[in-house]
Design a protein around this ligand. Structure first.
Ligand code: BMA
Length: 763
């Protein structure tokens, strides 16, 4: 119930449009006692002209909300009788409530493997009244036609003339500026507006344009776009918005008899997408603050991501989220909100409801700089072939939800943002969804979801990836101690307690302990050791697998499950619910470095791949070969190499030449350039015959607010870290060093502090 004062309203307006941005989910809306209507979706706003009901003094808005589940009958469920998710033999307990298929709201709130059931029911965003007169801008869409020094944009203003009988004359004005410098300004004078919708189109040239690039590939310059319409005395202004000049397309061209490419092309360059899957940042999604969005997207940038995939069981995020992605160069693979279920697309009323949502969201998001691709759903195509659901006869008029992704979405994209690439589902493509040769893959069953624990904890399994694009796979790890203490709420941390198991991912299945045992030690560990070793294992599994995927030059992206949390748990993420970095953050950050060397052995040869996301060729002398852990023997050679701009190339190969990989490592180390060396992982760390580590801090100084520490290793050292606790952010931590290597570590904001330097003990 909200009291709206009449003083906020202009008595001379044509309409007083009440806007309620998000209602979760079934709502009856009353204004001063008048019934305005029923809303049944959290995914588009409720809008109604309330001018005739406005009265002097206070006005009353009354909303009656329900969760919506009560409207779903057994007969409804029988019609789509597969909504019970038995996927992965896990039962519906972990995928919520089967009725979720009928309610258009975030469905993760009914419980998922990574969160408990917290069924929401809310006025989730803002509510206000817009007083509108004569001509109103209803939408502005913009497309980069040419991303070049002299860039071309096309822009369309959708203007509604509120007079339903008569025409009117108007001036429509566009201004594009950057840091107060006007780059383009056009006024279209004396435009004839007809009753209802009018589309006014502009072609714009921007000279000396600065192009927007994904993170790591260049800058993110944003231009300010202002659009207004004057009709008689009235001026209506569309909220000014920022836009980065760039083109994005999806290349699915055939590469050979069997395969097709699946790569995004930004400003004419094929890119490798680096990142992870995004879920709502809170179980109670309405309480996510703009600051939390900002921090999470900044951390995605810090982890060297250039992409997030918005997963289809969550929400269309708030504007602040997309603003931050534009600002930090994070492209979006954007699922529509359908996931892991069948949906009642045979019902006219359901198609109508969903149609409004798709129309609203494609209009709202289609011109966003960061938007790289719309995707129909999460795993809805795949579940028909993955054995989880009974085989059903899918007819055209009853596609169990697929009609929405297959037929409705392409129509709305064509109508509202035809320049945005579209993909029907994730995973999708080829003879059956999850095929290696076409489209994207959720790489779960061969590894983390395999009943065989040995496969779940073996990093080398990821060298077998043949996918054109990986959109999901994962490996779990715990949060830092500070976060676990927080959810234990003052009680002693007990790994046999109910609290612990509630905060443990359903699919963890003792994998974390098995991983520690394989890679590090069979000792009984105290709690801090458990955190350290499990964090290192997650870091290894994610870091190694992302390198394996990036090494495949036919593969267009490596996105792991998942980036962020909606509550604290031992789970998939690298940044926890409380925004603390896990140890694995650093492993992922290294795997995604814009300029990066990766070593892999194939048939007795070591391949050195150079990944260079930047716009300049990089040439340097590269030392490659083998070195003993204690530094005593070094069999290496120097070669001149060049890493061409914006590409992945094999720079060099050399024979393994029979050295003992348990007493030393094959490596590739650039000389001069600030590029980290790469080592070839020959065996599990636990099996290596490491010598006692010798590593020291050689200098520590303050630089502005930061602490800068130089470290030198005399031997090979595994898991070198500054013991800062989770309260500090570093440019790197928990890394390996070669004998003789030095590294500079920056601890942000830690000027004047000192921290102990440690290495991980193995065995
Ligand atoms: C995939 C995702 C999510 C799920 C994740 C981990 O199925 O699409 O639904 O949470 O795996 O289990």
């Amino acid at each position: 119930r909200k009291v709206i004062s009449n003083s906020e309203l202009d008595p001379d307006c044509d309409i007083a449009e009440l806007v309620i941005e998000s209602l979760d989910v079934h709502a009856d809306v009353f204004f001063n006692g008048a019934y305005l209507g029923h809303q049944a979706s959290a995914f588009y706003p409720f809008k109604k002209d309330v001018k005739e009901f406005v009265r002097p003094g206070d006005n009353e808005l009354l909303i009656r909300l329900t969760s919506g589940l009560e409207t779903v009958s057994d007969a409804d469920l029988a019609e789509i009788d597969h909504a019970v998710c038995t996927e992965l033999g896990n039962g519906c307990a972990d995928r919520g409530d089967q009725r979720r298929a009928f309610v258009r709201k975030p469905t993760y709130v009914y419980g998922w493997d990574w969160c408990p059931r917290i069924g929401t029911c809310a006025i989730a965003k803002n509510a206000y009244i817009d007083c509108l007169t004569s001509a109103v801008i209803r939408n502005v869409s913009v497309k980069t036609v040419e991303a070049a020094v002299n860039a071309k944009l096309s822009l369309t203003a959708e203007i509604e003339l509120l007079d339903i009988i008569k025409t009117a004359d108007a001036d429509v004005k566009i201004k594009i500026s950057k840091e107060d410098k006007t780059c383009a300004e056009i006024t279209r004078e004396d435009v004839l507006l007809c009753s209802g919708l009018n589309y006014v189109h502009f072609d714009l040239n921007i000279e000396d344009a600065e192009l927007w690039w994904p993170n790591g590939m260049g800058g993110q310059p944003l231009y300010l776009i202002e659009v207004s319409v004057r009709c008689g005395e009235n001026v209506n202004t569309w909220p000014a918005f920022k836009y980065g000049i760039r083109t994005i397309s999806l290349d699915t061209a055939r590469t050979d008899a069997k395969n097709r490419r699946f790569m995004l092309v930004v400003n004419g360059k094929h890119i490798f997408c680096k990142g992870a899957d995004w879920i709502p940042a809170d179980s109670i999604y309405a309480r996510v603050t703009p600051e939390k969005y900002e921090e999470l997207i900044l951390e995605a940038k810090n982890a060297n991501f250039n992409m997030l995939r918005i997963w289809g069981g969550g929400i269309y995020e708030r504007d602040e989220f997309y603003d931050a992605c534009d600002k930090y160069g994070i492209l979006l693979w954007h699922d529509m909100m359908f996931g892991c279920s069948t949906f009642p697309d045979h019902l006219e009323s359901y198609r109508d409801l969903v149609g409004r949502e798709l129309d609203y969201q494609t209009r709202r998001l289609g011109s966003r700089t960061c938007l790289a691709l719309f995707c129909g759903n999460n795993e809805d195509h795949w579940i028909f072939t993955s054995g989880g659901f009974p085989q059903v006869h899918i007819r055209h008029e009853k596609q169990y939800g697929l009609y929405i992704s297959n037929n409705m979405m392409p129509e709305y994209i064509r109508k509202n943002c035809p320049w945005v690439p579209y993909w029907n589902s994730s995973p999708y493509g080829g003879e059956e969804p999850n095929a290696d040769n076409i489209g994207d893959v959720h790489h779960w069953h061969a590894c983390m979801m395999n009943p065989d624990t040995a496969l779940r904890i073996e990093p080398k399994e990821y060298d077998k990836v043949q996918a054109r694009f990986v959109t999901e796979y994962g490996y779990p790890g715990p949060c830092p101690r500070e976060s676990i203490e927080r959810y234990f709420d003052g009680k002693a941390i007990d790994r046999n307690s109910k609290v612990w198991s509630l905060h443990n991912n359903t699919f963890e299945k003792l994998t974390v302990n098995a991983g520690i045992k394989k890679h590090y030690t069979g000792r009984t560990l105290d709690f801090d050791e458990y955190l350290l070793y499990s964090g290192m294992t997650q870091s290894l599994m994610l870091g190694y697998s992302l390198e394996s995927i990036r090494f495949k030059d036919f593969c267009g992206g490596g996105l792991f499950w998942m980036y962020n949390d909606c509550w604290g748990e031992v789970g998939w993420t690298i940044v926890d619910y409380y925004l603390r970095r896990k140890i694995s953050f650093y492993g992922v950050r290294r795997a995604f470095e814009p300029v990066k060397l990766i070593l892999r052995e194939i048939d007795g040869k070591v391949f050195v791949m150079g990944c260079n996301d930047t716009d300049r060729d990089i040439s340097f002398k590269l030392r490659t070969g083998w070195v003993a852990f204690d530094g005593s023997g070094d069999d290496s050679r120097r070669t001149d190499v060049t890493m061409p701009a914006r590409g992945r190339h094999i720079l060099h190969t050399f024979d393994v030449s029979g050295h003992d990989t348990l007493t030393g490592v094959y490596y590739a180390k650039p000389e001069g350039e600030c590029i980290h060396p790469a080592v070839l992982r020959a065996a599990d760390t636990r099996d290596l015959k490491l010598c006692p580590p010798r590593v020291n801090i050689v200098s520590a100084k303050n630089e502005g607010a930061d602490l800068l520490i130089d470290i030198k290793a005399d031997t090979f050292c595994h898991g070198v870290y500054l013991d800062t606790g989770a309260g500090w952010k570093l440019n790197d931590n928990y890394f390996d060093m070669l004998p003789g290597e030095t590294r500079s570590i920056r601890v942000y904001g830690a000027a004047g502090k000192s921290f102990a330097l440690k290495t991980l003990l193995v065995g």
